[in-house]
Write a protein that binds this ligand. Structure first.
Ligand code: AMP
Ligand code: MG
Length: 347
């Protein structure tokens, strides 16, 4: 998850624009608490009543998703599916969860399993199935090894329409790296059905946009993963999403060592070499899955994974503040702070 700050100071002059019908489009903003984070919804519109209705509807949709797609809390659909997998049973799932899991399976394959939402047990073992940041020493290496040996993968899941089963009882789905991006795309679509076509939906910094802010594109800032403030700003076009994975977001700390919440499914241990990975794409779910996969891939192999996932707008920042970036991304961002070094290369 990233944190992005809107640069409203740049945007405000556009709010003076007046429509032909006499009503001025203006900034409207509401904040919801969903997915354990604040969802900030901004619209540039002359229909505030419609905006309020849309936000109410979004609130209901997001609360439903949070309940049904939660990996370890409550009795939602995903918790029940994970139980069915553990028991070796098949379960019929909703169209939306089936769709989410089919896409996850494809992204997992494209990322050579670096994005692997089937490693829920490993994530739980590291203590990240908890609202509070976990403490204490890292898990027993034998327990980590046992889960590596069991090798849970999205390829273990069989789809018979929306009847799902798993060939591997250690598969436990955790959609923490993917569901948010997927949901942000849906939110933008839902706003459109209420006539709100110029909006930005921002979940703790991960965001999708529609339309423009008057005569300007929406402008956002990408949080510096190592320091304070914004590392770079970027204008975001209609239909685009910006997703970032960061080591700094959640971690456990023991004897001065931080263990990040992004795990390398090959080793069973947290990623160390990347501070953040940012992806821009029209597909929020793809961008979210990819940002996690690229964090795992790191400076040595991010090119291959980005290429396989057909992405060309990618930026990685390593733990020393060195920036690895594609030419397409470099061409559109504006650094707001000096950075250690910028290495530009094609996927
Ligand atoms: P993100 O912030 O999108 O990178 O998502 C991180 C969350 O995804 C973590 O808190 C875990 O719940 C889960 N996760 C961690 N490592 C992986 C991985 N390699 N593949 C898929 N999900 C992961
Ligand atoms: Mg992600």
């Amino acid at each position: 998850m990233l944190r992005v700050f809107l640069r409203w100071s740049l945007l405000l002059p556009a709010a003076l624009f007046v429509t032909a019908c006499g009503r001025s489009p203006a900034d409207h903003q509401q904040t919801l608490l969903v997915f354990g984070t604040l969802l900030d919804i901004k619209a540039y519109t002359d229909k505030p009543e419609q905006f309020n209705k849309a936000v109410q509807s979004l609130d209901e949709t997001f609360q439903d998703m949070h309940r049904e797609w939660h990996a370890w809390k409550g009795e939602g659909e995903l918790v029940r599916l994970n139980r069915a997998f553990a028991d070796g049973q098949a379960m019929s799932v909703s169209e939306s969860l089936g769709d989410l899991l089919r896409q996850s399976q494809a992204y997992s394959q494209q990322s050579d399993g670096l994005f692997n939402p089937a490693i829920g047990r490993l994530i739980g073992l590291w203590g990240f199935h908890s609202d509070e940041p976990p403490g204490g020493p890292p898990p027993d290496p034998n327990a980590i090894q046992a889960l590596l040996d069991a090798s849970p993968s999205m390829d273990d899941i069989r789809f018979d329409g929306n009847l799902l089963s798993s060939a591997n009882e250690t598969v436990e789905i955790d959609l923490g790296a993917f569901a948010k991006g997927y949901a942000l795309n849906l939110a933008i679509e839902k706003l459109k059905t209420f006539g709100i076509g110029h909006a930005i939906v921002n979940a703790g910094g991960d965001l999708c946009v529609s339309g423009r802010h008057g005569d300007r594109p929406w402008a956002i800032g990408i949080r510096h993963p190592l320091g304070e403030g914004v590392i770079a700003s970027v204008d975001v076009s209609d239909g685009e999403c910006v997703l970032t994975s960061g080591n700094y977001e959640r971690y456990r700390e023991y004897e001065g060592i931080r263990y990040a919440h992004i795990l390398d499914p090959r080793t069973g241990y947290p990623v160390e070499h990347v501070a953040s990975a940012t992806v821009i794409s029209p597909d929020g779910g793809l961008a979210d899955a990819a940002a996690t996969a690229l964090s795992v891939a790191g400076p040595d192999s991010w090119h291959r994974i980005a290429h396989q996932m057909e992405l060309n707008q990618v930026m990685l920042v390593n733990e020393k503040g060195r920036v690895y970036i594609t030419p397409e991304m470099k061409a559109r961002i504006v650094f707001q702070q000096s950075v250690d070094a910028v290495i530009i290369s094609e996927p």
